[in-house]
Structure formats: C-alpha cells, structure tokens
Ligand binder design. Structure first.
Ligand SMILES: Cc1cc2nc3c(=O)[nH]c(=O)nc-3n(C[C@H](O)[C@H](O)[C@H](O)COP(=O)(O)OP(=O)(O)OC[C@H]3O[C@@H](n4cnc5c(N)ncnc54)[C@H](O)[C@@H]3O)c2cc1C
Length: 409
C-alpha cells in the first residue's frame, strides 16, 4: 500500500513543473482566443501531442502513480492553464477510460491509438452517455443496441446529447440499452469506428463557459457496427446480463450497484482537481491585482475586506485539494469509500471553484467584469464543475445515502 505523504516526490515535482510550463507558456496565452472562437483548439492539442501530454502514455503514467496523486496533479495544472482548452486535451481520456475499463486487450490496442492519432495528425474521441431525457437519471436512457445475429453486427439507434467532442471525434464510445428490463444494468458500451454511416453530429451547443471545448448532440440512425465493437465482447455481456436478471429476480441489485459506485468514487476526484486548477488560477490573478491596484492611496489588499476574502479563497482551495488528494489516495490504496469521499471531493472542489472565481471578479472590480482580464472567463468556466460528471445535487444525494444507508430521494 502506498505511504501517504503531503509532499510530492522529486519525480512528481518534475512532472508537475513540466505540465505547468506547458499550461503557462502554451495554454494560458491561447485561452482568450479559443474562448472567443468557440472552437476546438487543434493547434494547441497538436502542441500537447508533440511533447507527449496528449497521449495515452501520459495518462497511463499518471494513473499508475502509486501515490494516487499523478492524475489530480496533472489535471490541476492543465486546468490552471485554461479549462476549455484543457478539456479539449483531456476529453479524449474520458472515452479512452471507457475502453480501458470495459474493453478486451485487442479492443484497447485497436481503438485507443485511433482516438489520439499522432502528433502530425491528431484525433479526438467522444464518450456518449447522456441523452435529452437521461442526464442525472442515467437509467432512463433510450438509445437501443440490437444484435443482428446473422451478420454479427449491432444496430444502434438514438440521440445522445452533451457529448464532449461529439461528431468531431474519430472514435465515439456510445452507451446503449441492450436489455430495457434491467435499468442501468442492461446498458453496454460500443465503439463506433471512424466514418461509420448513420452517425452524425446534431446541434453544436453555444455554451456559457469552457467554450474551447466542443459539445454537441450525436445522432445515431441505423448505425451498424461489427460484433467486435461491443466492449468486453458478447460472451461477457451475456454472462453479466444473466447475473443481473437472476439478481433482479431475487430482488437483490446491490452488488453491481456498489461496483458502479466504487468506479464513480474513484473517478470523481479527477474532476475535483480540474476545479481546483481553475479556482487557483483565479485566486492568483486576484492576489496579484489586490497587491498592485491602489485606491485611497494604498493597495486594495491593505483593506481587511479584501485581504480576508483572499484568505478565505486560499483556505477553501487548499481544503478542496486535500479532499481531492485524500480520495485519489484512497482509490489507489483500495480503500472503501465508506463516506463517499470521492463525491465529497468533487462537490466541495466544484462549489469552491464557482465561489472563488466569483470572488476574484469582485476583487478586480470593473476590470474583473471584462474580457480584458481572465477571471470573467474562469468564472464562466467554473460553472461546469457543479454540473457535469454528476451535479452537486447528485453528489449530495450519493453522500447522504452513503452516510445514512437510507434511500434518500
Ligand atoms: C459542457 C458539458 C459537457 C458534457 N460532456 C459530457 C460527455 O462528454 N458525455 C456525456 O455522456 N455527458 C456529458 N455531459 C452531460 C452531463 O453529465 C449532464 O449534463 C449532467 O449529468 C446533468 O444532466 P442534465 O443536464 O440532464 O440535468 P438534469 O439531470 O435534468 O438535472 C437538472 C437539475 O435537477 C437536479 N436534479 C436532478 N435529479 C435530482 C435529484 N434526484 N435530486 C436533486 N436534484 C436533482 C440536478 O442536480 C440539476 O440541478 C456534459 C454536459 C455539459 C454541460
């Protein structure tokens, strides 16, 4: 089991400084432009690919850091640079994790390289689960996957929404219903290979924040994919469905529910770390501004009203990071999330980012409210953390249910 320490080791510090350098020199200077353009920042993704930050190897190395701090550290630094661009860089990772978690070795080897492309021809991937009528309530998903045994093909039909990189991805990972009687246990994930007929981009959303990240509907009309595109394979799916049916008959769905919960608890701190990055970025701008901006003949930080806000901002950011690190360490150490510590970290960090970026605007006064300064963008960006990967209300629901053991609604 990994020893817990508050101090990053030399190797981690080196990696952190390397990512920070990229965030400061390449991401941050490009942030305002891509926010205005509301387009995927392909040249920045390409730069990240050239130095190895946009690659599966990079994520694998951080993921396998035995202290658990590799991923949160990387996320914090990238999102410190800019949330929209950073999401364009890490968005492919969401789809890749879907394949890593459920795919066979052959599927991992075939599809993940196609998700990233290479530095001369970068590609992105999309993970498509949410639907217009199935956001927080994943079990009401309607997209169907029907097996055509004669051709050994799956036929997918439905509409996905809110897909990061949806429609522009080389590879789409699509979650669909294979057995509607089993709720979320009757879902399976499919690869939709590049250029598959029937998959098209629906509406591209014009968003409040993270505007450099492409978010769109994905329409699936009679999309036929080979049997080999079912993640994990048919045999494994049939076994899983048979077990779920038996448990449903016996009135016991707990075991699979707990397995899914453990996965979420382990992945949510990564989103918390993104929020810490955005919050820290806004706090640093505000601290710098408060030291240099003078009113009434002295720097505004000379006023307790301003200095105390900065003290609170920094305290919340550090507390959020500690919750994120604790949950990440628990995940890598195989600890049970008996108090939904992963959800706690995502809840607290995302609410902190929203609050701190708002406080930063206040400290910058009129300048904070303009696009001449970055805190306005950071505040818009921060609003996403309390919404995606489970809203704050859903995190509270999970925490309350875990603490109480009651089916709180
Ligand atoms: C920019 C962006 C990128 C995204 N990227 C992806 C992606 O790549 N892939 C993907 O599959 N999805 C993605 N999502 C979808 C995201 O995960 C969903 O938006 C989120 O899960 C919430 O679903 P919803 O929007 O349908 O809101 P709803 O579920 O309709 O919720 C609306 C409100 O009701 C509240 N609420 C709902 N149920 C309860 C309850 N039981 N108790 C208390 N309050 C409740 C919610 O907290 C929220 O405040 C993305 C979303 C955005 C905005």
């Amino acid at each position: 089991m990994a020893e817990f320490t508050m101090e990053l080791n030399d190797e981690q510090k080196e990696v952190r400084d390397w990512i920070h350098g990229f965030a400061a020199d390449v991401i941050r200077p490009a942030a305002a432009e891509w926010d205005e353009r509301e387009e995927t920042p392909w040249p920045v993704i390409q730069e990240a690919a050239k130095i190895g930050i946009y690659s599966l190897d990079f994520y694998a190395q951080q993921y396998f850091d035995p202290t658990g701090l590799g991923i949160p550290m990387a996320m914090e630094e990238l999102f410190w640079g800019d949330a929209g661009i950073a999401l364009s860089i890490v968005g492919t990772g969401l789809a890749a994790v879907g394949v890593l978690a459920n795919g066979t070795e052959e599927q991992i080897g075939t599809w993940i390289p196609q998700m990233y492309g290479d530095a001369n021809d970068v590609k992105v991937a999309a993970f498509c689960s949410s639907e217009p009528d199935a956001g927080s309530d994943v079990a009401s998903m309607r997209t169907r996957a029907v097996y055509d045994e004669a051709k050994d093909e799956w036929v997918l039909d439905g509409t996905k929404t809110w897909a990061t990189n949806g429609g522009i991805a080389n590879v789409h990972v699509v979650v669909a219903v294979v057995d509607s009687e089993l709720g979320s246990k009757g879902h399976a994930s499919f690869i939709v290979p590049p250029g598959t007929p029937g998959l098209s981009q629906g509406q591209k959303f014009k968003k409040h924040g993270i505007r450099a990240s492409h978010t769109a509907e994905v329409v699936l009309e009679n999309v036929r994919v080979p049997g080999s595109c079912l993640l994990g394979g048919k045999e494994k799916l049939d076994e899983r469905l048979a077990r779920a049916r038996e448990r449903a008959k016996a009135g016991n769905g707990e075991r699979t529910k707990n397995a899914a919960m453990a996965t979420f608890e382990a992945s949510r701190p990564a989103v918390g770390a993104m929020a810490v990055g955005t919050a820290r970025a806004a706090y640093e701008v505000a601290l710098d501004y408060a030291r240099t901006r003078e009113q009434f003949g002295r720097p505004i930080i000379d006023n307790q009203g301003v200095a105390f806000q900065l003290a609170d901002m920094r305290t919340s950011i550090d507390a959020a990071r500690l919750l994120v690190w604790r949950a990440s360490w628990m995940a890598v150490s195989g600890k049970q999330f008996t108090s939904a510590e992963g959800s706690m970290s995502k809840l607290f960090a995302s609410e902190t980012a929203k609050k701190v970026t708002g406080q930063a605007i206040q400290i910058l006064g009129g300048n904070g409210y303009t696009r001449e300064y970055p805190v306005e963008r950071m505040h818009r960006d921060a609003a996403i953390y309390t919404i995606f990967e489970g809203t704050s209300e859903i995190q509270r629901l999970v925490i309350a249910r875990t603490l109480s053991g009651m089916p709180i609604r």
